[in-house]
Design a protein around this ligand. Structure first.
Ligand code: RRO
Length: 305
């Protein structure tokens, strides 16, 4: 099976990568999977400057899925370029840097610092949709705000993937705005804001209060959002993310319209989850006589099948 895919201008040997926030900032998953053998490695969102993140607890399990309020903890782009990136590139991984900011200018600063990153940083995912920036709304809930951030991040000098939230009235409108502003791909989608209350303390289980719900609960939401984006923007590159834990989940996301997929929450239960999804995806293609995994993309839209 030919596993190679393209996400816009970025050629990847296969379509499976860890979602931002699940593989740390460097080689954390390297003890469990061959990072160079994955499609790419997306690191946790970085700001221009170091950021401490939220107080504990930062993750909570519910029957529906996981809720996190990590709060964007990170070393900042400058330290990351020196402390984490060289080791990650040494694994042979294609690296996707994820950036965030509290303002258009903070996004611009983070992007500009990435201009000097080596070519192994193949793309920059612009995280417009973190639910845990205290005191701030979600950029991706506004098409004009999202477009302004994408326009401001061109200085990174590489393809930008806009990471969207599914919690909007019309995700295709935001998608159109970021594509018009220069995004090469859509990453669809981030976690969904949620809250879990400890009935004894009558307070949130999480130190940060609200959190982002992920895992199986959001899989159909993400598949729907990818499907809508593919239908509205047939030529867009799309990276599908949300509740992918097995090969068939990835097949479903590709059929909805994704060119590649990211594995997030499943990685916390099994750090080899990306490798499992990739192996099962390849086996599924063999069993179904699909010679090229790229041929699956958008298959659920094809009226002839
Ligand atoms: O760090 C976080 O709390 C976080 C981020 Br940046 C994000 O984009 N999505 C999420 O669920 N958590």
């Amino acid at each position: 099976v030919d596993l190679a895919v393209s996400v816009g201008s970025v050629r990847l040997p296969n379509p499976v990568m860890p979602a931002s926030g699940t593989a740390g900032h460097g080689t954390e998953l390297g003890a469990y999977v061959d990072l160079g053998g994955l499609g790419a490695v997306v690191v946790k969102s970085l700001a221009a400057t170091p950021w401490p993140g939220n107080p504990p607890l930062r993750v909570h399990q519910t029957p529906a899925g996981m809720i996190n309020s990590v709060g964007l903890q990170g070393p900042g782009v400058e330290r990351w370029l020196v402390d984490d990136l060289p080791g990650l590139l040494a694994t042979g991984a294609r690296v996707v840097a994820s950036i965030w900011g509290r303002s258009v200018d903070e996004y611009r600063a983070a992007a500009d610092l990435l201009a000097e990153a080596p070519p192994g940083v193949v793309a920059v995912e612009v995280n417009l949709s973190c639910p845990n920036v205290s005191g701030h709304g979600i950029f991706a809930q506004s098409a004009p705000d999202s477009a302004a951030v994408i326009a401001a991040t061109a200085g990174c000098g590489r393809p930008r993937w806009a990471k969207l939230t599914p919690l909007v009235t019309d995700i295709t409108e935001v998608a159109g705005a970021v594509l018009d502003a220069g995004a090469e791909a859509l990453t669809v989608a981030n976690t969904v804001p949620g809250l879990a209350i400890d009935v004894e303390t009558r307070r949130s289980h999480l130190g940060g209060g609200m959190g982002g719900l992920s895992g199986p609960a959001i899989h159909p939401i993400a598949v729907r959002a990818v499907y809508e984006c593919r239908a509205a923007h047939p030529d867009a590159a799309i990276v599908g993310v949300g509740g992918i834990a097995r090969g068939v989940d990835a097949v479903e996301m590709l059929l909805a319209g994704a060119d590649a997929v990211q594995v997030g929450t499943a990685t916390f239960a099994d750090p080899r989850a990306c490798a499992v999804v990739l192996d099962e995806l390849a086996a599924w293609c063999r069993a179904h006589d699909v010679p090229r995994v790229a041929d699956l993309t958008g298959g659920a839209h094809d009226p002839d099948r």
